[in-house]
Write a protein that binds this ligand. Structure first.
Ligand SMILES: Nc1ncnc2c1ncn2[C@@H]1O[C@H](COP(=O)(O)OP(=O)(O)OP(=O)(O)O)[C@@H](O)[C@H]1O
Ligand SMILES: [Mg+2]
Length: 364
């Protein structure tokens, strides 16, 4: 899949932008605050319906406007043209269309156009709270496994309902129903998260050592909040349900559901030592890159479709050795959009360069 054209109206500091892209992608250069990350954000939104920097939609609408509109013309690897249009306004109304046909459910939007984003915020995957790691799992697994996103949305819906119930007086039967739905959808998410980690752990180790020319052992461990044998969905579901039942008293006191996939975590180890406490900054950066790259190979295996890569300022954060290892690993796998004040790393193919200034873009 490649993005051939991007149109943005009143998106952040971009009032009107219409750009055609080469299948190789684009490099956006320009001073701080020019609008480079905003362009990448528009592309990410077109592919996932979300901001890669976790921003709310309201903050993305140009401050002088009542709405934002973005549209992208993609070409799938089978040459099928896909026009994705996404509009939203200050009344929180969102309109999504694919080839001019309205899309009513986010499940039909998310994960259809494979994309991987690299940015300095990715370091939060190691240093940040577990929700950063769950967000990474969610975005990756939703693009890998068709049933993941739907199960996650349903789980989130029933979790909200169960949490509301826990703050009221209720009939136990009512909570039993929510418990069984949470167990059903939670087991799907849990088993797929486990499958993803198992599928990517070999490449994770390989990429880590390739990036830093090392011979260390890195390990990634999926730590579900409910401990069950993830190789069987049925077993997982039963343990999940039993745990929710056993925890109900505790949940009533806490006024929320204390166990489930919304409390899962990932842990990273370097030579059996936890990276968060013992890793150097460079090692942590390499861990993050290796994780992202292993998710790329996993996606390539499942989707058999070229991906879109967003690299935001990642270059500035990496030393020349790391960047010389990373770019070749991704540039042959898809279309690259790079945003950085000045780009000076070697590329094997020339990618068109643009200058961004005050939300306007000029080809160099
Ligand atoms: N809703 C909005 N309406 C108008 N302008 C906005 C909005 N949101 C952000 N901006 C502006 O967008 C600019 C930031 O854009 P962006 O984050 O893309 O910069 P950048 O070129 O990536 O800079 P850096 O090199 O520092 O990362 C800022 O000038 C900010 O004021
Ligand atoms: Mg930026």
């Amino acid at each position: 899949m490649v993005l051939r054209n991007l149109h943005c109206s009143f998106f952040r500091n971009i009032t009107d932008l219409n750009l055609d892209f080469s299948p190789d992608g684009a490099i956006f250069e320009g001073s701080n605050g020019a609008g480079k990350t905003n362009i990448l954000e528009a592309v990410f939104l077109l592919c996932t319906g979300k901001s890669q920097r976790n921003a709310k939609k309201l903050s993305m609408i140009n401050t002088q406007s009542a709405f934002s509109f973005i549209e992208g013309n993609f070409i799938a690897d089978n040459k099928e043209p896909i026009r994705a249009s996404y509009g939203f306004d200050r009344q929180k109304k969102t309109s999504m269309q694919i080839n001019n046909i309205p899309i009513l459910s986010v499940t039909e939007w998310f994960g259809k156009r494979p994309i991987v984003s690299f940015s300095v915020d990715d370091l939060e995957l190691v240093y940040g709270t577990p929700d950063h790691r769950r967000k990474f799992l969610d975005i990756t697994c939703s693009q890998l496994y068709p049933e993941y996103f739907d199960a996650l949305l349903k789980y989130t819906f029933f979790l909200k309902n169960r949490n509301t119930l826990l703050t009221q007086t209720f009939e136990p039967d009512q909570c039993d129903i929510y418990d069984s739905y949470l167990a059903q959808y939670g087991a799907v998410v849990m088993t797929l998260r486990d499958i993803f980690i198992r599928e990517s752990e070999y490449d994770f180790n390989r990429f880590y050592n390739e990036i830093c020319n090392g011979k260390e052992t890195v390990k990634i461990i999926y730590k579900p909040s409910i401990f069950a044998d993830c190789s069987s969905k049925e077993e997982c579901k039963n343990v999940f349900y039993r745990t929710l039942q056993e925890q109900r008293k505790k949940d009533l006191d806490a006024h929320f559901t204390t166990a489930g996939i919304h409390r899962d975590n990932l842990e990273f180890y370097l030579n059996d030592m936890p990276v968060k406490q013992f890793g150097s900054q460079g090692q942590c950066r390499s861990i993050v890159l290796a994780l992202k790259l292993s998710s790329v190979t996993c996606m390539e295996l499942h989707r058999k479709e070229k991906m879109i890569f967003l690299i935001d300022d990642a270059v500035a954060e990496l030393d020349p050795l790391r960047i010389s290892k990373v770019i070749p690993l991704i540039e042959k796998r898809g279309q690259l959009f790079i945003a950085t004040p000045v780009f000076s790393s070697p590329l094997t193919k020339p990618i068109p360069r643009y200058t961004v200034a005050d939300g306007s873009v000029y080809q160099q």
